[in-house]
Design a protein around this ligand. Structure first.
Ligand code: GLU
Length: 465
């Protein structure tokens, strides 16, 4: 009985900048596909372009993957470090006759192209037997007739006429491998079974298949996923706002929400919009990937983000908020701030769409006395309302600190003063939080506790006439 080999996927970024949202989604798809099948998810840094690759970019990409929670198996592979292996394969192909030495100079190639417009270059050295001792490239002896057929798991069958492809260079005359050779050798040696990547690589695939075939290596499954477009349907660019994963992190979307949202960018499972990692791992499959470009939709992202924030355990959410604050350079929370913030989470997390929005609502729990009152809130603190706060403070001295009783006390004081509850809520809000946009006053008082709440009220009533 034949056994299906274990799934091995990979993410193969070029370290020339930050981790783009499209790259993050490619990584996620590969991760989900492997993790859902007990397979391996590998990381290869395609750093052969020495002029453009930087260690900073590699670090930024790894950091992005870590933030998104995409753990990879083993050490990241450096493509550049494998250049001798790439050259060795080119020489093997030479020995097997599937490649040949080409002595044409760039000038000769340019002249040939001029004389034969619209035709792929045909090297005069392909069948030469009398070879000079001179610098040369190694080229693939590619088939000149027939077709190279890609069976793509997303794009379907893609056929390329072989007479449209030239004998690609495998090893340059300076001995360096080409990108096309390096990718195939690395994917083969790493045991990659599924290549899931952006469809901007589809045109490379026919050439890569020719190398697999020449080496007699089994082809992996290819799945070319459509790129991500902006909300206007145009190719995603800086002009659309955030495009780097770090920018989404800075906007305060939790990693779990980003995983959920990115999984839905180009892939679907029925009508399911909101799901967790276990569901995504179970559901993710190649047939669910669409052929049309996915559109970034910030409203949807906010919705997904709000769902995940609301569903998170308080302790995990607190840890995430602390990470977020650290990343923004804010000072670490004091023990008291941490306790109050955690106590505030149950009342706040259902409504917040992002981490900064949550922190903004939780501000009352993070500030210390004396509470600074902003201009708008100050308007509700006239002498009449300060007087009401004074009565409330007195009424609350012996109240048991339950939401019910707090509400009752406020109602009684409002009635005594012949006003609605709203009239006392304003000054109460100002005294407790120093501003007008806050969570419910009773939630704030519950979170702050008796001592702190009464102290904040007294700070204002002391000013009463
Ligand atoms: N290094 C390529 C890129 O960053 C990916 C190559 C591949 O996935 O085969 O776009």
């Amino acid at each position: 009985m034949s056994q299906t080999p274990p799934v091995v996927t990979r993410f193969a970024p070029s370290p020339t900048g930050y981790l783009h949202i499209g790259g993050a989604r490619t990584a996620l798809f590969n991760w989900l596909y492997a993790r859902g099948r007990g397979g391996k998810f590998l990381l290869r840094i395609e750093d052969t372009d020495r002029a453009r690759s930087t260690p900073e970019a590699t670090a930024a990409i790894l950091k992005g993957l870590e933030w998104l929670g995409l753990n990879w198996d083993g050490e990241p592979v450096s493509q550049f470090a494998r250049k001798d292996r790439h050259a060795e394969v080119a020489r093997q192909m030479l020995a097997a006759g599937t490649a040949y030495r080409c002595f044409s100079t760039p000038e000769e190639i340019a002249a040939w192209r001029e004389a034969n417009p619209r035709q792929p270059f045909q090297s005069p050295w392909r069948d030469a037997t009398d070879l000079p001792d001179a610098p040369h490239a190694i080229r693939l002896r590619a088939p000149r007739t027939g077709e190279t057929v890609i069976e793509d798991a997303v794009q379907g069958q893609v056929r390329v006429a072989n007479d449209q492809l030239d004998d690609m260079v495998l090893l340059r005359s300076d001995g360096t491998p080409t990108y096309m050779l390096a990718v195939v050798v690395d994917d083969h040696d790493m045991g990659v079974t599924h290549v899931i990547r952006g469809d901007d690589h589809l045109t490379n695939t026919a050439r890569q298949i020719q190398i697999y075939d020449a080496m007699g290596w089994p082809r992996p499954v290819f799945a070319h996923i459509p790129l991500i477009h902006g909300e206007d349907g145009k190719k995603l660019s800086k002009r659309h706002g955030a495009v780097g994963l770090h920018e989404f992190a800075a906007l305060g979307y939790p990693p779990a929400a980003m995983r959920n949202y990115l999984a839905r960018l180009g892939w679907s499972h029925g009508d399911d919009e909101l799901f967790d990692d276990a569901q995504a791992r179970e559901w993710f499959d190649l047939p669910g990937i669409g052929r049309a470009p996915a559109r970034l939709d910030f409203r949807k992202l906010e919705h997904v983000s709000g769902h995940h924030i609301g569903a998170m355990e308080d302790a995990a959410l607190l840890a995430l908020l602390q990470d977020f604050l650290r990343e923004t350079g804010a000072p670490a929370l004091t023990d008291r701030q941490r306790q109050r913030l955690e106590a505030a989470l149950p009342a706040l997390k259902e409504k917040a769409k992002t981490l900064p929005a949550l922190l903004d609502q939780a501000r009352f729990a993070l500030i210390e006395r004396p509470v600074e009152i902003d201009e708008k809130a100050d308007k509700s603190l006239d002498s009449v309302s300060r007087g009401m706060l004074k009565s409330l403070t007195a009424a609350l001295q012996h109240a048991s600190w339950t939401r019910n009783e707090l509400e009752q006390a406020a109602k009684t004081v409002a009635e005594e003063n012949g006003v609605g509850l709203g009239k006392i809520a304003g000054p109460l809000r100002a005294a407790l939080a120093g501003r007008t946009a806050t969570p419910s006053v009773f939630d704030m008082m519950t979170v702050l506790g008796r001592e702190e709440s009464l102290a904040r009220l007294q700070d204002q009533t002391e000013l009463a006439g």
